[in-house]
Design a protein around this ligand. Structure first.
Ligand SMILES: *Cc1c(COP(=O)(O)O)cnc(C)c1O
Length: 369
């Protein structure tokens, strides 16, 4: 195949050439004024993308590291977490909490459907021991964007609100401060157009109070260390230097047109994918009323082997789509991302290849039967 494969996956997403170029330059030492200037620049840019006045700390790990950091810094063993579970990543919050001896009250939200805020409010009110509520912004496994502002209103001001915005940041609307979020986490390989390897976390003032008190074991992810170092434009351990150099470039790219424009482009691209998919006679998995700007889940049509479809797209067409995750969705859906640097050209190529391979596999659109 002549060209590089096109990633239409919700992480990793394609890394634009100008970002790859800056990351391939000779590596600076991290404890130098040169690199500290880069850290200060990304510190300001990250605040704008999180829409927060708080420090957004950089951790060198995949996104899940920041999820774990949120749990160990906010809660102590024996405390109670209310976890919105409407897909694989909501379940991950519950798994991390249990791993640290935190009591989990799961709130099962039907996959692919919007959050029932009235029911969430009722359920959360039943247990006064709830210290923190955990949700995803974009539940990448289904393509649902949850109503985080509504969730804060539903649970009231008391519990801490913790949001996994790993795939939603810079993709779906998100206002950390404006929506009363106490901890927000993200990662580098989704909307920020970087390779995997960096995670981000910001805490509200209440979140920091919790971090001072938490009795959970922590060392690498002790955010108090990261915050102290951050004051001096430093990190407690060797950071992912080259990725941070790339991050400065990625944030510049986002700021060039402004974050709102990026969100709007993603929204239009996702809408175009949904329309095109329906035009092909395929069915969307996710309720369009809660569909994320960043990922669209499509049902594998009857009579088509979902795994074979993705394999042929990858091998014969150089188009990489994501499959369904977990027992619930493996082989039943495939997912098309519209985040980061994925634009109309990549989407057109992806959809054309999808139609071609489906037809080769003997699929007939309902209207053509
Ligand atoms: C990708 C993703 C993660 C996991 O991130 P890793 O970088 O693989 O650790 C967690 N939550 C959501 C919503 C994601 O999309």
């Amino acid at each position: 195949m002549a060209r590089d494969p096109i990633l239409l996956t919700p992480g990793p997403t394609p890394v634009p050439p100008e970002i790859r170029e800056v990351m391939s330059r000779p590596i600076p030492h991290h404890r130098t004024p040169e690199f500290q200037a880069v850290l200060k620049e990304v510190a300001a840019g990250l605040k704008r993308v999180f829409r927060t006045e708080q420090d957004v700390l950089i951790l060198t790990s995949s996104g899940t590291g920041a999820m774990e950091a949120a749990v160990v810094n906010l809660l102590s063993p024996g405390e109670t977490a209310f976890v919105i579970q409407g897909g694989k990543f909501g379940e991950r919050w519950a798994e991390i909490c249990r791993g640290y001896g935190i009591r989990v009250v799961p709130f099962n939200s039907p996959w692919g459907r919007p959050l029932d805020l009235n029911r969430a409010s009722e359920e959360a009110a039943k247990d006064p021991s709830i210290r923190a509520v955990f949700s995803t912004l974009c539940e990448t496994s289904t393509g649902v964007a949850y109503d985080i502002r509504g969730l804060r209103q539903a649970i009231g001001p008391k519990p801490l609100l913790v949001v996994d915005a790993i795939s939603g940041l810079g993709v779906d609307p998100f206002e950390m401060d404006g929506w009363g979020v106490d901890a927000a986490v993200s990662g580098s390989q989704k909307g920020l157009m970087l390779p995997p390897g960096l995670a981000f976390i910001a805490l509200s003032p209440r979140g920091w109070e919790a971090a001072e008190r938490s009795g959970s074991p922590r060392y690498y992810f002790d955010l108090r260390l990261a915050r102290e170092a951050w004051k001096e434009a430093d990190t407690p351990f060797t950071p992912g230097i080259s990725l941070i150099v790339g991050l400065a470039e990625s944030l510049k790219r986002i700021q060039a047109g402004g974050l709102d424009q990026v969100l709007e482009l993603n929204r239009r691209n996702a809408e175009a994918v949904r329309q095109a998919v329906k035009g092909l006679g395929l069915e969307l998995y996710t309720d369009p009323s809660c569909a994320s700007n960043g990922v669209t889940s499509v049902k594998v049509p009857a009579g088509i082997d979902g795994k074979e479809l993705l394999k042929r797209l990858r091998k014969e067409e150089g188009i990489v789509l994501a499959g369904g995750q977990g027992k619930e969705l493996a082989g039943k859906v495939f997912r098309i991302a519209t985040m980061g640097a994925i634009g109309p050209e990549e989407i057109r190529a992806g959809l054309a290849a999808l139609e071609k391979v489906l037809v080769q596999m003997g699929w007939k659109a309902p209207a053509l039967k």
